[in-house]
Design a protein around this ligand. Structure first.
Ligand code: ADP
Length: 770
């Protein structure tokens, strides 16, 4: 039987104290404080036992475990909040026999548990097994100081002490610890301890694995963070840190200011990270920054919500441009449709006409009328796909293409985009710009247009495209099919007069800092400028001449201190110098072998003289003057046609065998191709062979067949204006072109005589003089 004693009692919450171990315990409950004081007052030991339920405030006998530990109080400190902190030492295990609560504190009668000192081989084996498991546990736990192992090894001979020391260190539940405390039989106790150790080692292994996995992840993040900090530190040393940090900060700020599509934000983030990692001295830095800035600056989310006021738009268009009714009409129609159904896609309009007829400027006023931003890009000379779609970023000096560049300049995703000179585009081995352009214009594809440089889909579907060209024939076919062609023809003198008076004059005065009243110019003078100082399809040169006159006028006003200047027919040379075009190119006299044709070129209609000489020879036909293939064939056809009707024309049938015929087009600079010079060549050759003169006041155009039929041609309006400008008022033309006469301005028609013909005989009848 063990020793019995009466001791004051401390109920413990959630912790088990073992003999052979010391601990700090904080005591707060009144009864516990009183029990402690009682024990101190009598220099006694104290009995500790664990509550079965930590929640219980005032435990009764059944609320605490029967077996606890008798302890020695070594030291007590009073903490501020009335709590006592006691340093205690566990002495031996004891069983509670009696439990008395007098309301002040609890007192117990206890009986010491005599330790089982059995020492069999089995016990030895169990002890070793427990120590070895505990060693495993210590290794895994990392928290236990190595000295503990020394203490444990000392307890090798005493299984009871071993159980006390080892269990005390484990982090297991207090119930498990209490179990070890409560078992009296040593073998059972060691077995229970071994089981507990097994379980704890397993848990610890699992815990370590979890910690390891999490750490691995964390380490990667930390490593990156660490490296980045290092780069920052290096950059700071080199003084380059601030600049980059500032730039990055600026980019981030910008990203907050706009809404970018998610894929754009992701791409930007990626680049910003790259930027942070990149050495500021490396050339890549600039490349990345350049890219980021491009992407940031694109108007991903900016649109000018159109407010459509059709009447207002009509006014704007009329205000800036004289005539051009077809274009204006088409635009107003489109606006009306758009007002009804806002989602309608803008048409792709292609304005075709000679230079200076207002293609660009009408596009600008359309933009103004629609309140859209205006941008333009020239396609002239574009032969590389990359100019449209950009270079891939892997190229040194890569840049976005002209489309994305234009959009960036516009600063909104729905500008009016003018693509100039589409007819001057060419394709070569570097890829086909036409197909790239097709993709840009195709409403099915352009909502996800991807520039090679930017590499992110940009929505071009809201852009309104206007395209210009000088020559319809040179527009690549697939493009032409997709566009709505509007022709802008050359202006007549009368139209030019209107444009000059109503638009250009005020514009150039303003541009030269002059008030309207400061320069006076009569209609007569303007007319003279149009006739003698310019010769063009459009009004660009006219605008330049008017501007030149205004500059001179401004100079006179300032230097001669005049209030205003009057420009008259007499003093015009003071302003513009000598007239440039007093002489027309038209021949004054009827001549043999010289006939005036009419041609259509990119810059409008021109007159095209043909010379023919017949020389002794062997029947060769010589064609000179920079001719295209079609023109050469046309020359041969003319000759055959003449041979076929030599009898009728009273030409020696053998003329062909004994002579060489040389046909020459003296206007070397005018590109010449097409069949429309057929009747001109025929007439000139017949004239040369027969010696009959050709009328100098007649111009002609028409294709010829071998049988002498005259076939229709294009561009009659332009051609007849050219004749008119050069002072030739009779035009021979194919009968099939008669319906084109409706398009010719009334003032031109009134002055000119058009002779429609079906056969070459009719042509010769009119053109040759006996
Ligand atoms: P294009 O693009 O066809 O070569 P521009 O648009 O550059 O021609 O026109 C040249 C100049 O002529 C511009 O100043 C323009 O304002 C003026 N202009 C052309 N046509 C007209 C017109 N119908 N009314 C008023 N000004 C015009």
């Amino acid at each position: 039987m063990g020793k019995k004693s009466t001791l004051s009692f401390l109920p413990l919450r959630g912790m088990v104290l073992f003999p052979n171990n010391g601990a700090h315990i904080d005591i707060g409950r009144d009864k516990s404080v009183a029990a402690l004081e009682e024990c101190l007052a009598h220099g006694r030991q104290i009995m500790l036992s664990v509550q079965k339920d930590v929640e219980v405030e005032d435990p009764k006998r059944e609320d605490v475990y029967e077996i606890g530990t008798v302890c020695q109080v070594q030291h007590v400190t009073k903490l501020n909040n009335g709590i006592m902190r006691a340093q205690i030492e566990g002495l031996y295990r004891a069983r509670i026999l009696d439990f008395r609560d007098d309301g002040l504190f609890i007192e117990v009668d206890v009986e010491e548990i005599e330790e089982d000192k059995t020492d069999t081989k089995e016990i030895q084996a169990l002890i070793r097994a427990c120590i070895s498991k505990f060693e495993d546990w210590v290794k895994l736990s990392h928290k236990i100081p190595p000295e503990v192992m020394i203490a444990v090894n000392v307890a090798m001979d005493d299984g009871g002490i071993l159980c006390n020391v080892v269990t005390n260190h484990l982090n297991c539940k207090y119930q498990d610890k209490q179990e070890i405390l409560g078992i009296v039989d040593l073998k059972s106790r060691l077995e229970a301890l071994y089981k507990l150790l097994l379980q704890e080692v397993e848990i610890m292994e699992l815990e370590n694995k979890i910690v390891f996995d999490v750490n691995k992840q964390m380490n990667k993040i930390q490593k990156e963070y660490y490296l980045r900090e290092q780069i920052k530190a290096i950059n700071k040393e080199l003084g380059e840190d601030d600049e980059i940090a500032e730039a990055i900060e600026e980019y981030r700020q910008k990203m907050k200011e706009h809404t970018y599509p998610e894929y754009v934000t992701e791409a930007l983030e990626k680049e910003l990270k790259r930027l942070e990692r990149t050495n500021p001295a490396s050339p890549e830095m600039g490349v990345i920054q350049n890219y980021i800035e491009w992407v940031l600056d694109l108007p991903w989310d900016i649109e000018n919500q159109e407010t459509i006021d059709v009447k207002e738009a009509q006014k704007t268009l009329d205000k800036h441009h004289y005539g051009l009714t077809k274009v204006k009409e088409r635009i107003i129609e489109y606006l009306s449709i758009k007002a009804l159904s806002p989602d309608i896609k803008a048409p792709i309009v292609c304005l075709v006409g000679p230079p200076g007829v207002g293609k660009t400027s009408i596009a600008t006023s359309i933009a103004q009328a629609l309140k859209r931003k205006f941008v333009r890009a020239s396609l002239g000379g574009v032969r590389d796909e990359a100019e449209i779609r950009g270079h891939r970023r892997t190229y040194v000096g890569a840049m976005p293409g002209r489309i994305i560049e234009g959009i960036k300049n516009a600063g909104s995703k729905d500008p009016l985009f003018l693509l100039d000179e589409v007819d001057k585009m060419a394709s070569d081995y570097r890829g086909d710009p036409v197909s790239a352009l097709l993709e840009v214009l195709d409403p099915e594809q352009n909502s996800t247009f991807s520039d090679h440089y930017i590499g992110l889909a940009f929505d071009l579907s809201k852009v309104m495209w206007i395209i210009t060209a000088n020559d319809l024939g040179n527009i690549p076919r697939p493009l032409r099919d997709r566009m709505e062609i509007i022709m802008l023809p050359s202006y007549t003198e009368v139209e030019k007069m209107h444009i000059a008076k109503e638009h250009l004059l005020d514009k150039v005065k303003k541009a030269n800092g002059l008030k309207k009243s400061q320069v006076n110019m009569s209609d007569e003078v303007i007319s003279k400028i149009i006739e003698d100082y310019t010769r063009e399809a459009g009004v660009r040169e006219l605008e330049r001449q008017l501007s030149k006159a205004c500059r001179k006028a401004a100079y006179k006003i300032v230097t001669e201190k005049k209030k205003s200047v009057r420009i008259t027919k007499k003093n015009i040379t003071d302003f513009l110098g000598k007239a440039k075009y007093t002489e027309t190119k038209a021949e004054k006299e009827n001549q043999v072998g010289l006939c005036t044709g009419l041609a259509w070129t990119e810059v409008g209609g021109v007159i095209l003289p043909v010379e023919v000489a017949v020389l002794k020879g062997k029947g060769n036909l010589l064609l000179t003057g920079q001719l295209g293939d079609v023109m050469k064939e046309s020359g041969r056809a003319a000759l055959t046609c003449i041979r076929a009707r030599s009898e009728k024309l009273k030409i020696d049938e053998k003329f062909y065998e004994e002579n060489d015929i040389h046909v020459h087009f003296p206007e070397g600079a005018v590109p010449k191709d097409g069949p429309s010079a057929g009747i001109t060549m025929t007439t000139a050759i017949v004239s040369a062979l027969t010696g009959k003169k050709v009328r100098a006041d007649v111009a002609m155009t028409g294709e010829i067949t071998l049988r002498g039929k005259v076939l229709p041609i294009g561009g009659l309006k332009e051609k007849s204006l050219a004749a008119y400008r050069e002072g030739i008022y009779t035009v021979i033309m194919p009968k099939a072109n008669e319906r084109d006469l409706d398009e010719i301005a009334p003032e031109v028609k009134a002055k000119m005589k058009f002779i429609p013909v079906e056969t070459i005989d009719e042509v010769l009848k009119v053109a040759l003089v006996d």
